[in-house]
Every structure is written in structure tokens, then in C-alpha cells.
Design a protein around this ligand. Structure first.
Ligand code: PGA
Length: 255
């Protein structure tokens, strides 16, 4: 794992974007796994800038999103379809036929999940998966206790995750109870992982994921088993880390 600590959220986001752009230039038809949430917004903003100012080309890229709420249509302003369109897709030149976001309105959820896994495999697997981390150590909607070998499936959201996300809904009750999420095993099959975390509220989760024991109680800790995982943190999220970490992903010193 390569841990990169930057002074600010902005610097962290730009450093992560440089890595994504590097991989995209090397493989124009890369298969990119994407995440929602407040954390990757800076990364998406910088990739949009690179597309606009430097001609970074997404036309051959295929994307797969980590998760989606069950029961929210793509038009709902809290659906992850909507989030991705508004915060990333509408401002780059992705081919809409190459975009994959789990279907929260699928009638047969199990069949949909099996199809999603098949679709990723048909694309040759994920080249690079972007990840956030929950305050409780979740990755995607793989909450504490999730099988570390799990595949795409429906999951019940924990009370803390529903509370964390309640800020986006008018009332707490409106926060969906279920989500479709890539499994921990699905994520671990990606050739590279890029986990982002900022703010002090993530410091304990980052510490547990990077320096704690590998445990299903902190699903993010499984990244310690990945051969090419990059962890980008800002100074605030790094406060609990005790290791000696890097300034750039180009340092190539994998711990
Ligand atoms: P956040 O969520 O980026 O909104 O903090 C991250 C997550 O829960 O995975």
C-alpha cells in the first residue's frame, strides 16, 4: 500500500487526479471504478479541468460505480445516478453507453447484481477503483461485518450510515434502508485501488484501515491485502497515522 499525505483537500484531490490521468493516458480505454460521496468531488473537479484545459479524453473509458440506493430512480436528486451526472459525467466526454451505475429500481435485484459482475468481467475487470471510506470503515456500502469475499449484492445500511447520509435528505426517514453495492471481493479484484479520505472525522477509520488489523469489522482494512492500493489523505485525516508516509504516488515505495 502506498499512503500519500497532502496538506489540504485540494492538494490531495489534485494528486489523486494526476494518478487517474496518468493511467488514462497509458490506457485510453481503461475500466474505471467510481465512487460517490463528498470525498471524491475534488478529484472529479480536477479531472473535469484536465478534460477542459488539457484535452484529457474519456471517450473510450468505461465506468462502473460502486453502489446505488435501492428504490431511488435515476432522476431522484439523491440517487447516485443523479450525483454522477451532475458532478462528473455531464462535464466530460464519456460515451453514455460506457457508463454503469447499479440499478436501484431493478425488479430482480439478485439477477441485476449477477449481471453487473458479469459485465465487469466482460470488460476485462476494473483497472482502477476509486474509493471513499465511511467513518465506520465501510467501503462502498460494505458495512462492518461484511464478508471480505463478498460480490455485488443488496445490503442493509447501518444506522450510523443512514444518520451520516441523512444530511442529504429532507427527513431521516427518507434515507433508503437498502443499497446495491459491489462486494469487498469485487473491489479487491480491481488491478489498482485509489482510496481517498479527508477531514478529522475520518482519522480513526483511516488509522484502522491502514495500520489496524485486517478485519471484517473495518472492511476498508482489506486493502492491506491488495498489491497496488494507493491511499490519499489530507493532513486532518492523517492525524492518527504513525507511519512515515509519502508526498507523491510517484515515489513507488510500497509499504
Ligand atoms: P463521504 O462518504 O465521501 O461523503 O464522506 C464516504 C463513504 O461513506 O464511503
Amino acid at each position: 500500500m502506498l499512503v500519500i499525505v497532502k496538506e489540504t483537500y485540494d492538494a490531495m484531490s489534485k494528486e489523486a487526479a494526476r494518478l487517474v490521468a496518468d493511467r488514462l493516458r497509458k490506457k485510453p480505454n481503461m475500466v474505471l471504478g467510481l465512487a460517490t460521496g463528498s470525498t471524491p468531488l475534488g478529484l472529479y473537479k480536477e479531472l473535469i479541468r484536465m478534460h477542459r484545459d488539457e484535452g484529457l479524453d474519456f471517450s473510450k473509458v468505461s465506468t462502473f460505480n460502486l453502489d446505488e440506493y435501492v428504490g431511488l430512480p435515476p432522476t431522484h436528486d439523491q440517487s447516485y445516478h443523479y450525483f454522477m451526472r451532475e458532478n462528473f459525467f455531464k462535464d466530460i466526454n464519456l460515451d453514455v453507453r460506457h457508463i454503469h451505475v447499479p440499478q436501484g429500481m431493478a425488479k430482480d435485484i439478485d439477477a441485476f447484481c449477477a449481471w453487473y459482475e458479469k459485465r465487469i468481467a466482460e470488460h476485462g475487470g476494473l483497472d482502477l477503483q476509486v474509493l471513499g471510506i465511511g467513518g465506520n470503515g465501510h467501503i462502498a456500502f460494505n458495512e462492518p461485518g461484511s464478508s471480505l469475499g463478498s460480490r455485488t449484492r443488496i445490503k442493509t445500511l447501518t444506522g450510523t450510515t443512514r444518520m451520516d447520509n441523512a444530511r442529504f435528505f429532507k427527513t431521516k426517514e427518507e434515507v433508503p434502508r437498502y443499497a446495491i453495492t459491489m462486494g469487498v471481493g469485487t473491489i479487491m479484484d480491481a488491478k489498482e485501488l485509489l482510496l481517498l479520505a479527508n477531514k478529522t472525522g475520518k482519522a480513526d477509520a483511516v488509522k484502522a484501515a491502514v495500520e489496524g488489523p485486517i478485519t471484517a469489522m473495518c472492511p476498508a482494512s482489506i486493502i492491506q491485502m491488495h498489491a497496488k492500493a494507493f491511499v490519499f489523505v489530507d493532513r486532518d485525516a492523517a492525524t492518527k497515522l504513525t507511519g512515515n508516509y509519502n508526498d507523491s504516488w510517484e515515489s513507488k515505495i510500497f509499504q
